[in-house]
Design a protein around this ligand. Structure first.
Ligand SMILES: [Zn+2]
Ligand SMILES: [Zn+2]
Length: 228
């Protein structure tokens, strides 16, 4: 692993135990903080301890537990905010209200420096990452993928053994299944950090995930195209 182009650590933050993922370019020690929901002291402490500098703040979607700390982190580091897709603006507007509901201080609305679209690329030091728009949990959800390492941060699209909730305003279950099977599966056997809980791989989820395993998808297609 010593000559790997990227490394990462994951810090569960906020009462919702959201995975704040810090990835860095090992050549430059520039890091991106993906989904800084909160608990910035702990995250910044670990970043400093490892001698990294915060260059980017990447947001998968506008939910408060993922993005509530973005504004303060930008203020403190001068980093550039990239993401999510503009369709999540209405969620970003609701961050303070959600923060109050969770009882978390300092969750604030942020202004992104760059909305992301499907097929965009973002850079971190000498590394380049691909962006995939995966609506369904929220309409503007994006996923960050580093192809040379076969690594993705997928936010609340996909979890080990589950998928994101779609019962929120403008959530859509069919869109989510479609995004996972047509935008993520073609990327290959990718190791991923989800928005909550342990890491997994696309291969493992295609084997056993009760919502999106290959046999589950095949079964639902057979059912919808069958007679009656
Ligand atoms: Zn979410
Ligand atoms: Zn979440």
């Amino acid at each position: 692993m010593s000559d790997a182009p990227i490394r990462l650590f994951v810090a569960p933050v906020t009462p919702l135990q959201q995975n704040c993922t810090v990835v860095w370019c090992t050549k430059t020690n520039k890091c991106a903080v993906i989904d800084p929901g909160g608990d910035l002291e702990a995250v910044l402490g670990e970043i400093n301890r490892r001698g990294l500098s915060v260059d980017k703040i990447w947001i998968t979607h506008g939910h408060a537990d993922h993005a509530g700390g973005a504004s303060e982190l930008k203020e403190r580091t001068g980093a550039t905010i990239e993401g999510p897709h503009r369709d999540d603006q209405f969620w970003i507007d609701r961050i303070p209200e959600a923060g109050q509901r969770y009882g978390v201080e300092g969750m604030r609305v942020f202004e992104t420096d760059r909305w992301l679209e499907n097929g965009d690329t973002v850079t971190l030091g000498e590394t380049e990452w691909e962006v995939y728009h995966c609506p369904g949990h929220t309409p503007g959800h994006v996923v960050f993928f580093h192809r040379p390492s076969n690594f993705a941060q997928v936010g609340d699209v996909l979890f080990k053994g589950s998928i994101g909730r779609t019962d929120f305003p403008r959530g859509n279950h069919a869109d989510l299944i479609n995004a996972i099977t047509t935008r993520l599966w073609p990327l290959g056997d990718v190791q991923f950090v989800p928005g909550h809980g342990p890491m997994s791989s696309f291969h493992a989820e295609r084997q056993s995930n009760p919502y999106v395993a290959d046999r589950v998808i095949a079964h639902s297609k057979a059912n919808t195209s069958g007679p009656g």
